[in-house]
Design a binder for this molecule. Structure first.
Ligand code: PFF
Length: 455
């Protein structure tokens, strides 16, 4: 991203730059840390099948929706809906996106802190499969000062990137590091597949037992799909606002969907065979990858180097996602300031966003570490609560709202204008199909899944 116009609006100068930033936002802890444990908790292959169906049904049209809203309005998620409809009736959607972003940010920092701590352990050579890896993770997760320390380092690094506006450097860096992460994951998958009993893990991940497809599994898969593709936060509305005029929205969205899904499936191919080879439980929960991966590295040549490289790449993937989460809040605050006639420049917005991150992530870490006791809601820590509220409620709600907005309240000509970008323009059948899917299929399916689980 670089600065153009009046010096306060970041924009992308190249099409590939925007694709990389959107992929950087999508590919993160959601693919490598969250996808395997949610799949493990929800029955393996059954979950994978429903997840892929959600990616196909919701992922592509909703990514396109967010990009269209951002590109047409050239506003952050705060002003986008209102600028297209010229009334304030859709303001609730902007605030709902902001709340989802802040809730996710609070635990995203914490998990990135865990990854940084594992990176330091990998460098020091203090994790090995001979020790009890579950105990290693358990000790970390209740060590308030250590987690807060690494969490603050994450805040500090992202603050530097945003303050000095070096996103462009990050984009360039991710052009090299993302493919490196993919190559590394391929090598790990090959190693893992050579372990005894790995075929049991592959069957667990790829064989569908239809009896395991319950309303809860479908709701979890939908929430995971939105989380992983960064849908329902307004991240892609924000990036859409920075999109070059001639960017092809369908092609960009398809690239994001394919790459994001590839990384998630690859993570499953690494984790599940290893889980069964090492006699672990696929339903371990959020610690799953932290318990499994150190044993996988032991199987690799140059195990210490491999684990340092992997955790470094994972931390970078997490940080690029955090930056896009923070960018939503920064752009929101700047637009809000302009609206209430209290101009807030980018640096001030960065400071406010960092303060919000520090407070919310500290509360989350303290709640998970168990001190003080009152930082729990009905016996659940804030991480569990924030995760459940966003995945099961806010993200489906926001996606539902966006589908209704673009399907029923945005003039057809706007969609045609944004999708008919030359040279590779979409024909009118494709545009009509998109409208049909986003008007009927997406909102009805989201409402049906939601009502089936909760009513
Ligand atoms: N999609 C990211 C992941 O899978 O880790 C999470 C995320 C990042 C969500 C950025 C939203 C966002 F704006």
């Amino acid at each position: 991203m670089n600065k153009e116009n009046n010096g306060s609006t970041p924009s992308f100068t190249s099409k590939i730059g925007l694709v990389m930033a959107a992929v950087g936002s999508a590919v993160g802890l959601g693919n490598i840390w969250k996808f395997p444990y949610v799949t493990g908790e929800n029955g393996g292959g059954a979950f994978l099948l429903v997840y892929l169906a959600c990616v196909f049904l919701f992922g592509l049209p909703l990514l396109m929706t967010e990009f269209i809203v951002g590109k047409h309005s050239r506003k952050s998620v705060y002003g986008a809906f209102q600028s297209i409809r010229k009334n304030r009736r859709w303001q609730w959607l902007s605030w709902s996106c902001l709340i989802a972003t802040v809730l996710v940010m609070s635990f995203y920092f914490m998990v990135t802190g865990w990854c940084l701590s594992y990176l330091v352990d990998a460098i020091a050579g203090t994790i090995s499969s001979t020790e009890d890896l579950s105990a290693h993770f358990a000790n970390l997760s209740i060590n308030t000062s250590r987690v807060l320390f690494f969490c603050s380092i994450t805040v500090f690094i992202t603050a530097l990137v945003l303050w000095f506006d070096v996103n462009k450097g990050i984009e360039r860096l991710s052009k090299i590091l993302m493919p490196l992460l993919l190559v590394m994951m391929f090598i790990m998958a090959v190693k893992v597949l050579m372990l005894p009993n790995s075929n049991i893990g592959m069957r667990f991940f790829f064989e569908t037992d239809f009896s395991k497809i319950t309303p809860q599994v479908i709701l979890s898969a939908m929430g995971q799909c939105f989380f992983s593709l960064s849908i329902g936060f307004g991240a892609l509305v924000t990036y859409g606002a920075y999109m070059p005029e001639r960017q092809n929205i369908l092609a960009t969205s398809a690239q994001v969907v394919v790459l994001d899904t590839l990384v998630a499936v690859l993570a499953g191919v690494i984790v599940f065979p290893a889980v069964f080879a090492f006699g672990l439980d696929p339903a371990e929960g959020p610690q799953l990858v932290f318990v499994v991966l150190p044993s996988v590295f032991e199987q690799m040549s140059m195990s210490r180097f491999s684990s340092v490289l992997f955790f470094s790449l994972l931390c970078i993937a997490a940080i690029t996602s955090i930056i896009s989460l923070m960018e939503i809040v920064i752009a929101f605050i700047s637009d809000l300031g302009a609206r209430i006639k209290h101009p807030i420049n980018r640096h001030k917005a960065v400071v406010i966003t960092i303060a919000i991150c520090l407070i919310s992530s500290t509360l989350c870490v303290m709640s998970v570490c168990g001190t003080p006791d009152w930082l729990k809601i009905a016996g659940h820590d804030l991480f569990e609560c924030f995760d459940a509220v966003t995945s099961y409620f806010l993200l489906p709600l926001n996606a539902f709202g966006m589908a209704l907005f673009i399907g029923w309240f945005v003039p057809k000509q706007v969609i045609e204008k944004e999708l008919h970008v030359r040279p590779r323009s979409l024909n009118s059948t494709a545009v009509s199909t998109f409208r049909l899917v986003i008007r009927y299929l997406v909102p009805i399916a989201i409402a049906a899944i939601f009502l089936k689980e909760f009513v």
